[in-house]
Design a protein. Structure first.
Length: 340
């Protein structure tokens, strides 16, 4: 019969390393406060004994679980991957664990997941976008759960945001498209209902059209979920009209890659027959041919700064302040300059 081994304790580690339990605790929680020789001895004992810190005891002592929740709209493509990876890396460096869930772009699902993460003791929450029922924020406020919204920048909001101006970013890209001589402009947008980022990008394109004497309401528009196949179908629909656009601007790079495929299936050359633009500058936009003109979003910087801001709120060093990051245009081969 196999003899069951007892679970090693903090006292066991201290005794093996020849130090006090307080020193072991400092090595595990604040290693920078312990001299290197002692730290190495303690960590060697931890590895030798297979010691795992008591999470429950740590949480009770600190009155925190050292867990942060994040709810993203989808895990089906790479839109949020890079930012969330940087967010997780920064949390880990600060001693926090990340719990992630997906809302499928459905407000009722997001609300359910928010309550579930709170019930599991999340110290703070990262949400994508800002536009949601005020009762959600009231619920979190009543339970003193810090919340931060990313992928948007809204300094006038009551909740802190870390991100960029979606409307201005799309307006800047649309202005470049117009400067390149395009007047017949169509758009494949994400579904704008319940998605403030998609709505802001559509508004930014319409701003640019109006500023250049073009009718925003006359612009051909298709709203569709962010999937490659949907982008292909939408592009074919736009190009089948009697007066097809010379450029199709897409709400993100996933739709743009789909539009590129749809154009090829129709036997159209990009950008000779139709130009295509995206938004986000995910890796996919750079590995297709032609590479897609898009808006570069500083995903990793946004993830890092969001983690830093949220931890500062959890640890009561800050009540939260919005942080604006700058997007940049990436002009590539999928956009034709008609003025040349």
């Amino acid at each position: 019969m196999t003899e069951l081994r007892s679970v090693p304790t903090l006292d066991d580690v201290a005794r093996t390393a020849g130090v006090s339990t307080a020193t072991v605790s400092r090595c595990l929680n604040s290693p920078e406060r312990v001299v290197e020789q002692t730290r190495k001895r303690v960590m060697s004992a931890v590895e030798q004994l297979g010691y795992t810190p008591n999470f429950g005891a740590r949480a009770m002592a600190a009155k925190r679980t050292f867990t942060i929740g994040a709810i993203i709209p989808t895990m089906e493509n790479a839109i949020f991957a890079r930012g969330l990876q940087a967010f997780q890396e920064e949390l880990h460096a600060r001693g926090y664990t990340l719990l992630v869930s997906s809302s499928l772009y459905q407000p009722e699902v997001e609300d359910e997941q928010i309550r579930s993460l709170v019930a599991r003791g999340a110290d703070g929450l990262l949400l994508i976008g800002h536009d949601r029922d005020p009762s959600v924020y009231s619920y979190l406020q009543s339970r003193a759960i810090p919340v931060l919204s990313a992928w948007v920048y809204l300094p006038e909001s009551d909740q802190p945001t870390v991100g960029f101006d979606n409307r201005q970013s799309m307006r800047a890209l649309a202005q470049k498209v117009i400067d390149f001589g395009h007047r017949r402009i169509g758009m494949i947008s994400g579904v704008t209902k319940g998605n403030d980022r998609a709505a802001a990008r559509l508004a930014g394109l319409r701003d640019a059209l109006a500023a250049n004497g073009l009718d925003p309401e006359a612009m051909p528009l298709i709203e569709t979920p962010y999937e490659i196949e949907n982008g292909a179908v939408a592009l074919q629909s736009l190009m089948a009209s009697d007066d097809p656009p010379s450029v199709v601007m897409c709400g993100n790079d996933v739709l743009a890659v789909g539009a590129l495929r749809g154009a090829r299936d129709m036997g159209l050359s990009v950008p000779d027959d139709v130009s295509i633009t995206g938004f986000d500058d995910i890796e996919l936009a750079r590995i297709v041919t032609p590479q897609i003109t898009t808006v570069h979003v500083p995903h990793r910087e946004m993830g890092r700064k969001a983690a830093q801001a949220l931890i500062d709120m959890v640890e009561k060093r800050s009540t939260g302040a919005s942080v604006e990051l700058k997007s940049t245009l990436q002009i590539r081969d999928s956009l034709r300059d008609l003025t040349r």
